[in-house]
Design a protein around this ligand. Structure first.
Ligand code: PEP
Ligand code: MG
Length: 752
């Protein structure tokens, strides 16, 4: 059918006529999309309305997409093409929607059938009303005339839709009155996407006066028997939890609750509290006071390992109090609570997450990169904030952690809670994309690429297997070291590495030797404080100065990998000498193993991480000598640009699109190709679509990324034209300024 003069057909009279027909508001919206789809001869017409409070777009009507998604498909501003149209306040016209890097497939929406895409924002003066979207199965179906027509329709509809939106807001929740409450928002930065709903629990403040008042009210009337019941419950829960952790997080959570369990046997702790209760003190107060007494003693210790126990004793106190105060059998954990903390140790993060916390808000000055990495692997919603008001929040006040936008909503009321529950389930629905993942990854023009998984915890491997990762491109071996409070023995390490081989059958298993130092401090190592830790005794430098630790790790890796093909790589190599010395250490470790009667037939491939400017300079020589090279993009950007990757104040200088970064990568690619040395890239750049376009253009084919991101990145790479990316990469490499690169990448990717 011809769609000539569409702009004349859909006149305001017809649209306002719809409003006179009797129906509810959703019914009205449906008539609108049906009418517009018919006039524009589109397969799909949808209306997304903007919810100011949620700061989200919600699909409110559709002709053509799955109607089950109405009210459930919720997009952030900037998310997908629809969200981008709202964010940038401009129409988006694509021959094929999925070719645009911002495209985000919605599982179960049926939109995979449609190629052509046209979205226009609906605005009323300066306020955002929503987005009107057309789709069609024929690529390139919509043209500029259609865009003009749809813009005209959107502006005709703006007032009506604004009214509809207001009415829907009022009518929500079975015609009840939508809450008219002031909700304060604490803003921050999202670290782990996800929604956490619960009550406030400020980690460091739990036993201050506010906490005391809270518990006093609840359990003033309780006695010794209640305390003993709570103790019994606490011990049982902790034993179960410990057993569960051995199963689920054996690499980092082995004996993680042992201090708690020991304290429960300690008469100077438990016996003292019981005496106090017998003497007439309320059990809650007796627990709080004794916990604080121990906190005082532990925190004054000279020994950092004892200081770390401060949180263990508080954690134990928290559990006993919750068991005392609540009737639920399993109430001792952090379920229904959102933890706010000034500082959080990795071991605390694991412990509290294991106890079912709903999410974390961290004061950003106490936050570090490895906490973020770990939280992502544990998949617990997290945000950082610099707003100190977060510590003034009252214990137990309801909050919502919007880990997508990076906001904490304070005392939001039940309507908003429900809205966020909906968002929560729509976020989990995205995981359906996993079902569409294919064994291999090809670009649109048939270039084979490999997507490997970056593994931080053993538990990441099941996701990697589920999303069909072709192997492990990076196993960060440091977490078992960071979370324990002493060096894991060779045997313990062997058990952890063996599990990697058991769980992943691929021939590409890349184990990285210990990368500590920088912001990854081992509390049990004395004298680790340095003025410039990122320029200090980090990664391979630490290992080359602590050869016993190096050898024990290498031996564990060699033993675990017997009978399998695998790779070991060394982080932060700054010279050929570093690498040759590391290779010698592998040979030595093998000799030790043979001497001790172990079989050591197959040797791993040995690789270099290129992360330092000196390694880029020496890439040719390193490529000649190494079995493979992996570019560590996080550190490469940090060290090349001289920007601390953990320092919020300079985060705007941390720019992967800097021409120097592009040229350095191209240099390494050339050096590796010349020496016929396999090359891959790990770090955040491997999931940054703009940079991936460039990387594919340079000829790179192997990328290691967080396994959870593999489905969407594969989807994106499937839409790329590698030949075109090659031409664009050349152009990008000729550019002189960051601004040029940035706008070229943005523009080239939004072209179809
Ligand atoms: C990197 O630097 O890109 C990398 C993968 O290593 P890490 O982030 O562990 O330093
Ligand atoms: Mg690194």
């Amino acid at each position: 059918m011809n769609k000539d003069n569409v702009e004349l057909i859909c006149n305001i009279g017809e649209l306002s006529g719809l409003f006179r027909e009797k129906s509810d508001i959703r019914g009205f919206l449906y008539k609108v999309v049906k009418t517009v789809a018919a006039h524009m001869k589109a397969d799909v017409c949808s209306i997304y309305l903007y919810d100011e409070f949620l700061d989200r777009l919600i699909l409110e009507a559709t002709e053509g997409l799955n109607p089950d998604l109405i009210g459930k498909l919720i997009l952030s501003i900037g998310e997908g093409l629809v969200g981008s149209s709202m964010k940038e306040l401009r129409p988006i016209l694509e021959k094929r929607g999925r070719d645009n890097p911002s495209f985000k497939a919605v599982p179960g929406s049926l939109e995979e059938k449609y190629d052509a895409f046209l979205a226009v924002p609906i605005l009323q003066d300066v306020s955002r009303i929503g987005v009107l979207v057309l789709q069609h199965s024929r690529p390139g179906y919509f043209n500029r005339n259609d865009m003009m027509a749809l813009k005209a329709i959107a502006s005709q509809l703006a007032t009506t839709l604004e009214n509809a939106k207001l009415l829907m807001g009022v009518n929500k929740k079975n015609n009840g009155v939508r809450e008219q409450r002031e909700i304060s928002v604490i803003r921050g930065r999202s670290i782990v996407e996800g929604i956490g709903i619960g009550t406030v629990y400020v980690l460091e403040d739990q036993h201050n006066d506010r906490g005391k008042d809270f518990y006093k009210e609840i359990c003033d009337s309780l006695g010794l028997e209640d305390f003993q019941t709570a103790l019994k419950q606490t011990a049982e829960q902790l034993q179960n939890l410990q057993a569960e952790m051995e199963e689920r997080l054996s690499d980092v959570a082995s004996f993680i609750f042992s201090t708690h369990l020991l304290m429960l046997q300690d008469t100077s702790f438990i016996g003292f509290i019981e005496d106090e209760i017998r003497g007439g003190k309320g059990p809650c107060l007796a627990v709080i006071d004794r916990v604080e007494y121990f906190v005082g003693i532990f925190s004054q210790s000279e020994n950092p390992r004892v200081i770390e126990k401060v949180q263990d004793i508080r954690d134990l106190g928290h559990r006993i109090l919750r068991n005392l105060a609540m009737e639920d059998q399993n109430a001792g954990d952090y379920s229904g609570q959102l933890v706010i903390a000034r500082e959080l140790l990795p071991s605390e993060l694991v412990k509290i997450t294991a106890q079912h916390v709903e999410g974390f808000v961290l004061y950003s000055q106490g936050a570090s990169a490895h906490i973020a990495v770990l939280a992502k692997s544990l998949d617990v919603p997290m945000m950082y904030t610099e707003d100190k008001n977060v510590f003034n929040l009252q214990t137990n006040i309801p909050v919502i952690l919007d880990g997508i936008q990076g906001n904490l909503l304070v005392d939001p009321g039940s309507d908003t809670m429900e809205e966020f529950q909906k968002i929560h389930s729509s976020v989990s629905d995205w995981s359906d994309l996993e079902n569409s993942v294919t064994d291999e990854t090809f670009t649109r023009d048939g270039k084979k690429l490999s997507l490997l998984a970056t593994i931080n915890l053993l538990s990441d491997i099941s996701t990697a297997v589920k999303v069909k990762a072709e192997g492990i491109g990076l196993y960060r071996s440091e977490f078992p070291f960071i979370i324990r409070n002493s060096f894991p023995s060779e045997e313990e390490q062997f058990l952890v590495y063996s599990k990697i081989f058991q769980r992943m059958s691929s021939d590409i298993i890349t184990l990285r030797t210990l990368d500590i130092g920088g912001d990854k401090i081992l509390s049990y190592m004395p004298d680790q404080k340095e003025d410039n830790p990122f320029l200090g005794l980090r990664a391979i430098r630490f290992l080359l100065q602590n050869k016993k630790i190096f050898v024990s790790q290498l031996k564990a890796m060699l033993r675990a990998g017997q009978g399998r093909s695998f790779r070991i790589m060394f982080p932060m190599i700054s010279s050929l000498d570093d690498f040759l010395e590391s290779k010698r250490m592998v040979e030595k470790s093998r000799e030790f193993l043979l001497r001790d009667g172990f079989e050591c037939k197959n040797m791993p491939q040995l690789g270099v991480m290129v992360e330092l400017p000196s390694a880029i300079e020496m890439a040719g020589e390193l490529a000649e000598e190494a079995d493979f090279i992996s570019i560590g993009s996080n550190d490469l950007v940090q060290y090349l640009l001289g920007v601390d990757r953990t320092n919020e104040k300079v985060s705007s200088f941390y720019e992967a699109r800097h021409p120097a970064v592009l040229r350095s990568i191209a240099r390494v690619v050339r050096a590796a190709a010349k020496a016929d040395c396999p090359l891959s890239l790990c770090g955040n750049m491997a999931s940054d679509r703009g940079m991936l376009y460039f990387l594919v253009g340079t000829g790179m084919t192997n990328f290691s990324l967080s396994p959870g991101l593999i489905p969407e990145i594969q989807h994106y790479l499937n839409s790329l034209n590698a030949e075109k990316a090659k031409v664009d990469a050349k152009i990008l490499l000729s550019m002189k300024t960051l601004k040029e690169v940035d706008s070229y990448i943005t523009e080239v990717l939004s072209r179809s």
